[in-house]
Ligand binder design. Structure first.
Ligand code: GLU
Length: 297
């Protein structure tokens, strides 16, 4: 099998240290296996998009020497394709409309696992509604290359939204559709997406798609225990010095360093790191960040 990996950021803010770890880990894993490394901008959700963030992410990847192959794919351009995937699911009777509000779900204790209310009480045609996919498998199990054997939890893996009430495609449908279309064989990303993987396995099964190999890297957290994320305004790494930032990212990922890494160019450092990449050295526990990468100072 030829290796194809990807980094798939949502443009909801600039690249921060946590997303650099995901980008770097997926890049090095691909390069170590002489694979291709693609970048996909997951701009499916215009209301949450920060103007200029996509360009800033791409610029920062280049500054850090993380060069991708081929054209960047933008999800916003792919609605026709997603409609065709949704059509396949409809054709196989694997989806149904749902207009349950969050408060209704809360009242019925159906937030964690949807209770299929709308299967027996379908919304009227003209009513705004989302579309849910049926989660039919009793169990999914996969071996994560970092986290080990992971099993789905029947108490939480319920029917999930693939098309939103506001007429936007949901992450789950688009990510599965694009991973298949781009021939992604290996996914390396943050562990915050581990639970999402089960819905993705379910869609891949419904659609007859290939399931990639997964590796979920630990989260970067602040010294206060907060996840480093765009939502809580983790500082941009755009203007941080490239080599020291790459060196600390490699250290956080449990990787060895060449002698005098600070004297190297990013190209030489990344080449060395890809040759010496050891996925089994990546820690499982959250990585605490307490440097300039946390404060931006
Ligand atoms: N777009 C997602 C994010 O930025 C990542 C999707 C994925 O890697 O599967 O969190």
């Amino acid at each position: 099998m030829t290796y194809t990996g990807r980094f798939a950021p949502s443009p909801t803010g600039p690249l921060h240290f946590g997303s650099l770890l995901a980008a770097l880990a997926s890049y090095l894993d691909a390069k170590h296996q002489q694979g291709r490394w693609l970048v996909r901008i997951e701009n499916l959700d215009p209301p949450r998009e920060v103007p200029g963030a996509a360009d800033s992410i791409l610029r920062t990847l280049e500054t850090f020497g993380l060069h991708w192959q081929g054209e960047v794919l933008y999800q916003i351009d792919r609605y026709d394709y997603y409609h065709s995937i949704l059509g396949q699911l409809k054709h196989k009777d694997l989806v149904y409309p749902c207009n349950c509000s969050r408060s209704a779900l809360k009242q019925r204790h159906a937030i964690d696992r949807y209770d299929r209310y709308c299967v027996s009480h379908p919304p009227k045609q003209h009513e705004p509604h989302a579309i849910r996919a049926r989660f039919l498998s009793e169990k999914h199990c996969f071996t994560d290359r970092i986290q080990g054997i992971k099993k789905s939890n029947p108490d939480t893996n319920g029917d999930f939204i693939v098309f939103r009430r506001d007429q936007l495609f949901a992450y789950q449908l688009a990510v599965v559709a694009d991973d298949e279309a781009q021939g992604i064989s290996h996914i390396v990303r943050g562990v915050d997406l581990l639970q999402e993987t089960f819905a993705q396995l379910e869609l891949q099964k419904h659609l007859g798609f290939t399931t990639p190999q997964y590796a979920h890297i630990p989260l970067a957290i602040t010294t206060q225990g907060q996840k480093l994320s765009k939502q809580n305004l983790a500082p941009s790494i755009e203007h941080l010095p490239v080599i020291p930032t790459l060196v600390s990212a490699l250290t956080f990922l449990g990787q060895n360093l060449p002698p005098e890494p600070l004297s190297l160019s990013s190209e030489t450092l990344l080449n060395w790191a890809s040759q010496h990449w050891r996925v089994e050295q990546i820690p499982i526990d959250p990585i605490m960040i307490h440097t300039a990468t946390q404060t931006g100072s």
